[in-house]
Design a binder for this molecule. Structure first.
Ligand code: PMP
Ligand code: GLN
Length: 381
């Protein structure tokens, strides 16, 4: 194994899901739903499989899916995309993020990101030989995660190549505000940096609104927007994602992507196109269901004695273990199945400055209410 990948052990999601299987604990660790996505989408996939859509699709994705992605961005975010040059399908958001960083960063280039960050960010930046410049999100008064403006400014410099922004944010549940995004946009322009935005939770904002960075003045031409079907349509195992943006950025992603996976699962592509075209009611009902889950788990964790930070979006809520006598999230989560029969994820592994997250753990609420209730019952002892 090359030296630079040595620090990356097994992902925390693999470790914690294996622990859940081994111990029979309720798994609120890895974020995946326990119910299937829309029936129309599942039927379309079955039909595509049975009707011979089983060979290599085009590199960019099948035209019907690229059109559906463009139409979805127009419908929800008023972003105009040319489906032929400004949209490309990827193996989940994960491949889009990796291909974007590999395509845009020279060794030694710097990537500004916010910690805690989704774990693939650090690995993709490292694979590219680039350097991460993390800005820490910290829970402030009222439990909202905030960053220090001076720290963000200080993270930018002459080697800044891009900002990697995830909003709604995993694991904190933060939804970046218009004012925060405006500051990020100004700094991108001042330093002539690109933005790569990970918006896989775009339909999961419960308080506030989701604002794609690409919609801010001056940002469309320098932003690559990434999303995926996994979260929005409860099909995390399908790994159908996409990147949209100006043609020069999309073609840069394609240049790399063609040698990573070349193309992605052909029968799933028409099915995701069907899902993206579902009426608004699908998206509102999905959001309402997840909001109810969030409320139920947040209240339950408080009853169980955790300090709980409000989650404004995503699948996740974070909690402070100190009120329960915990000091180290990794130790706490490794012991939690034996102690309470529940699996959670320590968020300290998503920081460079691990002290900032030592006492924080994350619970996923993309589960049936009876599963959430059972987890809470166990945690309350
Ligand atoms: N980004 C974030 C913030 C995520 O939480 C996830 C999680 N699954 C991904 C990217 C990866 O998405 P995909 O499964 O589509 O690769
Ligand atoms: N995005 C999900 C999470 O944060 C799953 C990630 C994974 O398994 N790689 O839990």
């Amino acid at each position: 194994l090359v030296e630079r990948m040595r620090p990356f052990g097994t992902t925390i999601f693999t470790e914690m899901s294996a622990l859940a299987v081994r111990t029979g604990a309720v798994n609120l660790g890895q974020g995946f739903p326990d119910t299937d996505g829309p029936a129309e989408m599942l039927a379309a996939a079955a039909e595509a499989l049975a009707s011979g859509a089983n060979q290599y699709p085009p590199l960019a994705g099948i035209p019907v899916l690229r059109h559906a992605i463009a139409a979805h961005e127009q419908r929800f975010w008023s972003l105009e995309r040319d489906p032929d040059s400004e949209v490309t399908v990827t193996a989940g958001a994960t491949e889009a993020i990796a291909a974007a960083i590999l395509a845009l960063c020279e060794p030694g280039d710097e990537v500004v990101c916010f910690e805690p960050y989704y774990d693939s960010y650090a690995a993709s930046i490292t694979l590219a030989g680039a350097v991460r410049r993390p800005v820490t999100l910290r829970p402030e008064m009222g439990g909202r995660y905030e960053f220090d403006e001076a720290a963000l400014r200080a993270a930018f410099g002459p080697r800044t190549r891009l900002v990697l922004l995830n909003t709604p944010h995993n694991p904190t549940g933060k939804v970046f505000s218009g004012a925060e995004l405006t500051l990020i946009a100004e700094l991108c322009q001042e330093y002539d940096a690109f933005a790569v935005t990970d918006e896989v939770y775009e339909h999961l904002v419960f308080d506030g609104e989701h604002i794609p960075l690409a919609t801010l003045p001056g940002m469309r031409d320098r932003t690559l927007r990434i999303s995926s079907a996994g979260k929005t349509f409860s099909c995390t195992g399908w790994k159908v994602g996409w990147a949209t943006g100006p043609a020069r950025l999309v073609s840069a992603v394609q240049r790399v992507k063609q040698f990573l996976t070349f193309v992605n699962a052909s029968p799933l592509q028409p099915a995701v196109a069907v899902a993206l075209g579902l009426p608004d009611a699908y998206f509102t009902e999905f959001n309402a269901r997840m909001r109810a889950n969030r409320d139920r788990l947040t209240a339950g964790l408080r009853d169980a004695g955790f300090g709980v930070f409000p989650s404004y979006g995503t699948y996740f809520v974070t909690a402070d273990i100190r009120p329960l006598g915990g000091t180290d999230g990794v130790e706490f989560c490794r012991a939690l199945p034996a102690r309470s029969g529940v699996v959670a994820v320590p968020t300290q592994v998503f920081y460079d400055h691990q002290d900032a997250g030592r006492h924080l753990i994350r619970f996923a609420f993309c589960k049936r209410l009876d599963v959430i209730d059972e987890a809470v019952r166990r945690l309350r002892g």
